[in-house]
Design a protein around this ligand. Structure first.
Ligand code: MN
Ligand code: MN
Length: 475
């Protein structure tokens, strides 16, 4: 073979990595920026799983999705093109579009999670200590505790009062509202703290949120600052200290998502993991009409603490919904049909990937990392050490997805969760795989994952949206 032949083969033999910014034209760039404006407004309306849930249902209803419960009550039949949603306890939701093909041939499912790492209030949170009032917290998900001190915090949640009434509370998001705060030790006095390991400098029980410092007028009351706070909350929300025992209140970074970079190429925000995949898969299913396959968008809670509980992926919520849909399609539902439907299904487990961070190159293996701006990342396996606990997608299915992406001009890349022995993590992928479904992790690369503010590239948000849409539309 001559040198000349080799140069001809160059474009064929070598995998050419693409940068999204370099392959899109001006018109597509405008679509890209527009999509990200919508993403930022989604983020700002979805700072908790409950808020994400209601934002998803609101948008779905606007696009003609109807509540499966209503259809079941009316025993209304489903047909190709029918759009339904299923609400799981206000903390998880599934959207379905019925396809032209028989459902037993399997669904195309994209599953993301809408919970994010944060600080939850304890059941009895409010106390007074040395001229100040505080909330005690218990962190949720894998956080680096030192990142949550000395920054503006907001509070979002629901409280159920003794009369059963539900009260929604939110403090710290509007400019004219106060914020909350966790103090750190001044460097002048931090000799002992600074000598500790990074993971030990701030403790879980040290994440106490400052909520006030004015004592109430009645000098006969103990803990007058605490009482004054209770009084303010009673005035505003009509809630008492006992009501906190039946509440779900989350402390998150205060403020809105922002463009990042002088060129506005990225978005900095709380909760990209995994609301970026929730948003892109949501927009994908809302922007399509009729499909060959029955498609499902799945948005679940509790992924960050192991997908447990009745709002997490290990609950039977999704299976029950599929059973109901089969019933409304066929007038009957049996285990055989149900199992066949699930086993024939294909899933993109839509979760964020670790974006390569040039500031910490030692934690990544350069060749197999996902890069900012190089498109949707396909992650064959997650897990830790020897792939412990992961799904490890079949090459047959990766090939199927890869061909969909290539045929639709989707810029994609591969990714892994850092160096082999450096740590690890997981997603909901393995849970759906139990039914025999083909499952592949596939999503947006993120910098500073699980930090109060995380970073994504607008280019990857856009390509992930397009990739998910192509998967939904595939045959
Ligand atoms: Mn995630
Ligand atoms: Mn996570």
């Amino acid at each position: 073979m001559t040198i000349k032949d080799e140069s001809k083969l160059k474009g064929k033999l070598l995998l050419e990595k693409k940068n999204v910014w370099e392959v899109i034209d001006e018109k597509e760039k405008q679509n890209l920026f527009n999509l990200n404006e919508d993403y930022k407004s989604f983020l700002d309306n979805a700072k908790t799983e409950r808020k994400a849930n209601s934002e998803i249902i609101k948008r779905a209803k606007e696009k003609g999705f109807v509540d499966l419960e209503d259809l079941l009550t009316k025993k209304e039949k489903l047909a190709p093109g029918s759009k339904v949603f299923v609400n799981n306890k206000d903390k998880g939701v599934a959207l379905f579009i019925i396809g032209r093909e028989d459902i037993s041939k399997g669904l195309h499912i994209i599953g993301s999670h809408i919970d994010s790492p944060r600080l939850d209030l304890k059941q009895l949170p409010l106390y007074e200590d040395t001229k100040m009032a505080y909330f005690k917290t218990h962190y949720y998900g894998g956080i680096k505790k030192y990142q949550w001190v000395s920054m503006p915090l907001a509070l979002h949640g629901v409280v159920f009062k003794d009369n059963g009434e539900k009260v929604e509370i939110e403090i710290g998001e509007n400019d004219d509202e106060p914020v909350l705060y966790i103090s750190d030790l001044l460097p002048h006095l931090a000799k002992d703290q600074m000598a500790k390991k990074l993971g030990e400098g701030i403790t879980g029980e040290g994440l106490n949120v400052i909520v006030g410092s004015i004592p109430c007028n009645d000098k006969d009351i103990n803990d007058r600052i605490k009482f004054n706070i209770l009084n303010i909350l009673y005035e505003k929300y009509n809630i008492t200290e006992e009501d906190f025992t039946s509440a779900e209140i989350e402390i998150v970074p205060a403020g809105k998502s922002r463009d990042l970079g002088i060129d506005r190429s990225m978005v900095m925000s709380y909760g990209h993991d995994d609301r970026v995949c929730a948003f892109t898969s949501l927009r994908a299913i809302l922007d399509i009409e009729e499909t060959e396959k029955t498609v499902a968008g799945l948005f679940v809670d509790k992924e960050e603490i192991g997908s447990v509980g009745n709002t997490g992926m290990t609950s039977a919520f999704f299976e029950n919904a599929v059973m109901d849909i089969i019933y409304l399609l066929k007038g009957e539902s049996n285990m055989n049909l149900f199992k066949k439907t699930l086993a024939n299904s294909k899933v993109l487990s839509a979760d964020v990937a670790a974006g390569f961070d040039p500031n910490y190159p030692e934690a990544y293996e350069k060749m197999n990392s996902a890069y900012m701006g190089e498109g949707i990342a396909i992650v064959k396996y997650t897990g830790s050490r020897g792939k412990g606990g992961c799904n490890d997608a079949n090459p047959e299915f990766i090939n199927y997805v890869r061909r969909i992406f290539n045929n639709n001009g989707i810029v994609w890349q591969t990714g892994e969760l850092g160096k082999v022995d450096q740590g690890g993590g997981g997603t909901i992928a393995y849970i759906l795989a139990r039914y025999g479904m083909e499952v592949l992790d596939c999503g947006v690369p993120v910098l500073s994952m699980h930090a109060p503010y995380e970073v994504v590239s607008k280019a990857d948000v856009y390509m992930t949206y397009r990739g998910y849409k192509a998967f939904y539309q595939a045959k």
